[in-house]
Design a protein. Structure first.
Length: 298
């Protein structure tokens, strides 16, 4: 790739006749490209580990997770953040979304929004991002003005910034404190970063946010023990988790869940013989981590 060229905007010669291929070949070629996008993430694992280690103490102190992006990148970021609450009971007040064009841009394109640096800076100030917060900023090109400005403004305020891009030498990787490159190269449809670049960004977000939740004690024994049981399916899942973790009968589990207001970790401790107040206090002392409380119970 020559200097100044953006890999995700280039034409891949292999796909020049894509519109003439039979459907089976199109599907096979697109799938192969998606698999390559996932594989491209592996090279960034050391940078991701460093970002997670830096983020954990901030979040343990009560910091927020913020996301910034435009277009496909912004929508992927929004999706990742929105799923943290039902899956891990991450408080909604500890989520910040900086989307170019605002929420309207989640379902339709907003012209020129990605070029609005001033709007990004104002959004960072309005959100009050600061030293205990982290910002995950995404841009396939790594040069989107809105995302760049949000990153620069957040970092200037002491916020930990993580830039995620799909092109080498992307300015975003330098603007952020931690740069994560998923070098996915040319797309099967030139410039359509909803394909390989988008897939790689989603994988990076999955790995980062899930690892953060695990290390913050919101996963125990491979189970989402902080999930919100807000419907019948999730209530059944809570029952299965408690059956796995305690071996208790369904009747005892139902009673424990009722006493714990549906909170699985509390219900585990209640089934181990604690009352609600002691279970609450023990989890609070362990910063929400269930394992050390169970180990302390003998």
């Amino acid at each position: 790739m020559r200097q100044g060229e953006i890999g995700t905007e280039m034409l891949d010669p292999r796909f020049e006749a894509l519109d003439r291929w039979p459907v089976s070949a199109v599907l096979d070629g697109l799938l192969e490209a998606q698999l390559a996008a996932v594989a491209a993430v592996r090279a960034a694992l050391p940078q991701m580990e460093a970002a997670v280690q830096a983020a954990l103490p901030r979040l343990a102190r009560g910091g927020r997770i913020a996301y910034a992006g435009a277009g496909t990148s912004g929508r992927l970021a929004y999706q990742d953040g929105a799923e943290l609450t039902p899956t891990f009971d991450w408080p909604t007040e500890r989520l910040v979304f900086l989307m170019a064009g605002g929420e309207r841009a989640l379902s339709q394109a907003v012209e020129n929004a990605e070029d609005d640096r001033e709007a990004a800076t104002q959004a960072v100030v309005a959100a009050g991002l600061g030293p205990d917060d982290i910002l995950l900023a995404l841009a396939a090109s790594g040069a989107t003005p809105f995302t760049m400005a949000a990153t620069e403004a957040a970092r200037a305020r002491g916020c930990l910034t993580v830039g995620i891009a799909n092109n080498r030498n992307a300015p975003l990787l330098e603007a952020a404190e931690f740069g994560i490159l998923a070098d996915t190269g040319a797309e099967a449809v030139a410039g359509s970063t909803r394909l390989k670049a988008g897939t790689a960004q989603k994988v990076v977000l999955n790995l980062l946010s899930t690892t953060l939740m695990i290390r913050l004690g919101r996963v125990h024994a491979g189970l989402m023990v902080d999930m919100r049981a807000t419907n019948a399916k999730l209530r059944r899942r809570a029952t299965r988790m408690l059956r796995t973790l305690t071996g208790a009968s369904d009747a005892r589990i139902a009673a424990a869940l009722a006493e714990a207001d549906g909170k699985v970790k509390l219900a585990v401790l209640i089934l181990r013989g604690m009352n609600r107040a002691d279970a609450d206090a023990a989890l609070s002392a362990a910063q929400g981590h269930l394992r050390p409380v169970l180990e302390g119970c003998g």
